[in-house]
Design a protein. Structure first.
Length: 251
């Protein structure tokens, strides 16, 4: 008997005009495709990459390319569940279901302890010292659920670190990153003239927000979770787990 193929995995990124950002997200997607083919070697799932903003295809267009009747799991390549997950993706899934396709939306990638491990690695790669105060850089959201999720990431990073860890938002929420960096620098001044402020980039990929973080002038700025040449295995596993969890809930 031919194994039943699992639903399509439709990975949805925010979208970016940054060539580096696009390459980084594509690298993650390619790694996910390879992992899906390995995990379901006898009946590999259909996979698609699409976006909620800036780039095409969008979610409805990607779903339309699937075989008729093919069920799908939408996996947000988004760190927090804000407007895009609760509204944009929910509406796209509802529209597809109205058209007769079985579609569910998985949870956002964060919070997750595996992302904390990647944040720590990026900080170390940037040359952060153990005693450097750290500001967690977050894009920001008007959705209080997304803000609270990012605050939980800040708390988890603080628990995993010996340094002081605060949070700074680039948009929509407070404190804004420049204020958070200034506050961390003032607090760290008591450690002596060599005190530095490090910024941990809780951003998925290079692009506008990473450039904005650099303009806030931390002494050390870590790279985002993804790089064009580096899709961490932890992130790939989180994507697969979100897909599997959504499948389990839908049964």
């Amino acid at each position: 008997m031919t194994p039943r193929r699992p639903p399509a995995l439709v990975a949805v990124s925010h979208g970016t005009s940054s060539p580096e950002g696009r390459a980084a997200v594509r690298g993650l997607y390619d790694a996910v495709v390879a992992a899906v083919a390995e995990r379901w070697a006898d009946a590999a799932s259909e996979t698609r990459l699409c976006h909620v903003d800036v780039e095409q295809p969008d979610v409805p267009a990607a779903l339309a390319t699937l075989p008729d009747g093919e069920p799908a799991v939408i996996v947000p390549l988004l760190l927090s569940a804000g407007y895009h997950v609760h509204v944009d993706l929910a509406e796209a899934a509802a529209e597809a279901r109205d058209g007769g396709r079985v579609v569910v939306v998985a949870d956002a990638l964060g919070p997750d302890d595996r992302l904390i491990a990647v944040l720590q690695r990026r900080l170390a790669e940037a040359g952060t010292r153990d005693d450097d105060p750290v500001v967690l850089v977050v894009a920001g959201s008007s959705d209080v659920r997304a803000v609270e999720a990012c605050e939980r990431v800040r708390d988890a990073l603080a628990e995993a670190s010996v340094a002081d860890v605060s949070i700074g938002f680039l948009s929509a929420a407070e404190p804004r990153l420049p204020d958070a960096v200034a506050a961390a620098r003032a607090a760290g001044a008591g450690h002596g003239p060599g005190a530095r402020v490090a910024a941990a980039s809780y951003l998925l990929a290079p692009g506008y927000f990473q450039d904005l973080a650099a303009s806030s002038a931390p002494d050390v700025l870590a790279e985002p979770l993804l790089r064009p040449d580096d899709a961490p295995a932890e992130l790939v596993q989180v994507v697969l787990d979100r897909y599997a969890e959504a499948l389990a809930r839908s049964k």
